[in-house]
Design a protein around this ligand. Structure first.
Ligand SMILES: [Zn+2]
Length: 572
């Protein structure tokens, strides 16, 4: 057994290319290394187990490697790489801010930062869960972050980006790690299984990947657990048994029962599920998710929304092909209602049974119509009529939709007018209908509006109003910190605020109405407006590292380069 419990550590990535599911991000990091554009501080954001620490370690190893590959990867053979791979490099210092978040911890770290490397060029300081630092610890660290020695690079990692204050955000290059997709995880688990000489059914790996919910580390440890208990023969049946997961085939059979309007069968399947020890709310939510996946898989435009490997997606798409989207919407809605009412229901089993009965009736032409078609539904027309808002159809005269039991074959090919109309409108449609109605009612009286303010103003005045807003909102550091990062500048007849990260942009955008109202009042002009844009991967000049500033100046003043060469000057 022991031999199987190794995956998470054994398959920890050692190069950027072996990091699973973060291709774009690792390509950017490699490119930064190849072109020598290193920042002094990075912020890695993302949920647990997505590769933040792994990437930080690979980054530290790669920038210190003495024989990097042309692709920007570490050679894994030089002295420095070996020290890293054997966990004895002095050039990587990791601090877990969750357990070391005090001022003394930070002072100790700050002293470490001053010590230059003995081997290699850089010392990399990884501060994990950086949002956990106390305010005092953070202040002790801020000065070091602002003026680090040339050999120091900080990689701050966090699972809670929204807790990072703008002072830090604006000093870091920010990298957002994705949750790892199921397809990427399945591919990696299949690779591990092959390498370990195990057999693994794709459906089993799919279950493991879904259970891991975006975290590769979790996927590998679940994989280990299943591999150990199945002695390396990872079947779907053994996996769901081991992880106590409800077999999807129950849901598949239930959908058959709904289509066949077979209430008895649906209730019996539910009993089987309860007998296996599964909770009813878990069951109904699982059914809702299954229906949701069917709905998404039924349309080539949305099949990518199904978190699954390609073969599982294909199977769902095939299943969905025979189902009317309207049926799926309505079924999801019923499951959602059941989940919503579950806590309050005094008889929970009854609630679920009632829901299943309603699900069986969704495709029934009407509840009193019976007998003449053996309870079987005719194939649904492939392309449904576009859904209409509830209010749009002439209410009283519209006939109840029937699936035309009398003339089954001709109804399929019938002209559009005879296509069964959906009996309901999903929430979004009816809501939109009622909202536009409300708007019309409000528009009707047309109250006298105060004259539009249109006093001309200059950019200086705008900047002053901007700064006044900052000054009068000092109790909101997230907003004002973002606003301090850049002033509105005129670009093509519009004012544009250019920020180095989307986090900062979000801070302003989420309060834009308020900022605009203040600016308009201050400038006495209702046309004041601005756009917030994120500079694509580029930091604003005030956040450039020294090397970048120097390159920028050399590019513009070639003589400066000659002079520096003659005087043998270099950056620190
Ligand atoms: Zn190396």
């Amino acid at each position: 057994m022991e031999q199987y419990i190794v995956s998470a550590r054994k398959y920890r990535p050692t190069t950027f290319d072996s990091v699973v599911g973060q291709k774009a991000l690792t390509a950017t990091l490699k490119n930064a290394i190849v072109t020598g554009r290193l920042a002094h501080a990075y912020l890695f954001c993302g949920s647990r187990g997505v590769g933040k620490t792994s990437c930080a370690r690979i980054f530290a190893k790669t920038i210190n490697c003495m024989a990097r590959t042309p692709q920007g990867e570490a050679c894994n053979e030089c002295d420095s790489c070996r020290q890293f791979n054997e966990n004895r490099s002095m050039n990587i210092i990791e601090l877990d801010a969750a357990s070391h978040n005090g001022v003394d911890d930070m002072r100790a770290l700050t002293e470490q930062v001053m010590v230059p490397p003995t081997v290699g060029k850089y010392r990399v300081f990884i501060i994990d869960e950086v949002h956990m630092l106390t305010a005092a610890a953070f202040n002790a660290f801020l000065k070091t972050l602002e003026e680090p020695p040339a050999h120091a690079i900080f990689i701050l990692a966090t699972t809670e980006k929204h807790k990072i204050i703008p002072t830090i955000l604006s000093r870091c290059q920010i990298y957002d790690f994705n949750r790892i997709g199921v397809a990427d995880m399945v591919a990696h688990l299949a690779h591990v299984a092959r390498t370990e000489g195990m057999t693994a059914e794709p459906a089993a790996l799919n279950v493991i990947a879904r259970k891991a919910d975006g975290a590769m580390r979790d996927a590998l440890s679940i994989f280990d657990q299943v591999a150990a208990s199945t002695e390396g023969n990872i079947t779907y049946a053994a996996t769901i048994e081991n992880l106590n997961i409800l077999d999807q085939s129950y849901y598949n059979r239930l959908v058959d029962a709904f289509v066949a309007q077979d209430v008895a069968q649906a209730l019996l399947i539910y009993k089987e599920v309860r007998d296996k020890g599964f909770d009813s709310q878990f069951f109904i939510n699982g059914l809702a998710l299954y229906l949701r996946d069917l709905m998404a898989a039924g349309n080539s435009a949305t099949i990518g929304l199904v978190e699954a490997s390609d073969d599982v997606r294909a199977a769902l798409a095939e299943r969905a092909a025979g189902l009317h989207p309207t049926f799926l919407y309505r079924a999801m809605d019923l499951c959602n209602d059941a989940d919503f009412n579950f806590r309050q229901a005094s008889n929970k089993q009854f609630l679920i049974e009632l829901t299943l009965i309603k699900l069986c009736q969704l495709l029934s032409p009407s509840s009193i119509d019976s007998g003449d078609d053996e309870g079987r539904l005719k194939p649904l027309p492939a392309a449904a009529a576009p859904l209409k808002p509830e209010g749009a159809a002439p209410a009283a005269s519209a006939p109840q939709p029937h699936v035309a039991p009398a003339a089954p074959s001709s109804s399929v090919a019938a002209p559009a007018a005879e296509t069964p109309k959906p009996r309901f409108a999903p929430g979004g449609f009816s809501l939109r209908g009622s909202m536009s109605r409300v708007r019309e009612e409000h528009a009707a009286p047309a109250p006298a509006v105060a004259a539009r303010r249109a006093r001309p103003f200059g950019e200086d005045e705008l900047h002053k109003a901007w700064k006044d807003f900052i000054a009068s909102h000092s109790s909101e550091p997230l907003l004002t910190g973002s606003m301090e990062t850049a002033l509105p500048a005129a670009v093509d007849g519009r004012y544009v605020v250019t920020l180095p990260s989307s986090v900062l942009a979000d801070q302003i955008n989420s309060r834009k109405g308020e900022v605009l109202a203040a600016l308009r009042t201050a400038l006495d002009n209702d046309d004041v407006d601005f756009d917030v844009v994120v500079s694509a991967g580029e930091l604003a000049p005030q956040y450039w590292p020294e090397k970048r500033v120097l390159d920028y100046m050399l590019e513009r003043h070639p003589l400066m380069g000659e002079m520096m060469q003659k005087l043998k000057m270099r950056l620190r």
